[in-house]
Write a protein that binds this ligand. Structure first.
Ligand SMILES: O=C(O)c1cccc(C(=O)CC[C@H]2O[C@@H](n3cnc4c(=O)[nH]cnc43)[C@H](O)[C@@H]2O)c1
Length: 210
């Protein structure tokens, strides 16, 4: 059985693809793993996984970059996002937010379920993430989301991957490297190159040792 690698954009996994000589296509099968590039966001991710998930996979590995709410985590750090939440899924009740759980329509939070005892995974700090359609970049909304969810990281796909794996009863893992802090938007502060380098070094090591 193979691993399915899932990334939102090609640049996020380009060094890994070059290392294993994988051609630049949205869905590529190789001997040891398949690679799926979904496009950015939950909808694109769920659609792509709906087309390609199957019980032939022993593990779904979501790879990407992410923002961090915790400024004590250095930019470039690779993290194991072991739980993730659809932070915007719910309803406003004036100033209060009611989650999808509180509304009685489902569940916002999912965990990365797997039985991996792999050294490369165990050495990573485990954190809680949120997944959003609208990246936080305003002081007031950042304060509100911290009060609501107390997250460490933010991405635009993580919870969608964990949700699809939960529905398909497949083991999964979400590994992301921190490219930026969640702060009033300033793209010049982002260290995307460093995050992609560290993420891909980790992933190449993991795939080589698995
Ligand atoms: O501009 C570039 O060179 C570049 C190269 C590779 C990837 C990107 C992206 O912008 C990837 C978008 C991807 O990143 C995740 N992400 C990163 N930081 C955050 C954040 O602060 N809040 C939410 N998501 C973030 C996200 O999952 C996107 O899919 C650019």
């Amino acid at each position: 059985m193979k691993i399915l690698l899932v990334a939102a954009t090609w640049p996020e996994i380009a060094p890994l693809a070059a290392h294993f000589q994988v051609p630049e296509k949205d869905f590529v099968k190789t001997e040891h793993f398949d690679l799926l590039v979904t496009g950015v966001g939950m909808t694109a991710t769920a659609y792509a996984l709906g087309k390609h998930l199957s019980s032939n996979y022993k593990l779904v590995l979501n790879l990407g970059i992410a923002g961090s709410f915790d400024r004590s985590i250095p930019l470039g750090t690779v993290l194991n996002i072991s739980s993730d939440e659809f932070a915007e899924l719910g309803a406003e009740n004036r100033a209060e937010f009611l989650s999808i759980d509180e509304l009685g329509f489902g569940r916002a939070g999912y965990t990365a379920v797997n039985n991996l005892l792999h050294e490369d995974v165990n050495k990573l700090q485990k954190v809680k993430g949120i997944t959003v359609n609208r990246v936080h970049g305003d002081a007031a909304s950042i304060e509100r989301i911290i009060a609501q969810c107390n997250p460490v990281t933010e991405s635009m796909e993580g919870a969608a991957v964990l949700y699809c794996c939960h529905e398909a009863a497949l083991p999964c893992l979400q590994i992301r490297a921190i490219s930026n802090y969640i702060e009033p938007r300033n793209r010049e502060n982002w260290q995307i190159g460093l995050a992609i380098k560290n993420l891909n070094e980790w992933a190449i090591g993991f795939l080589t040792n698995t």
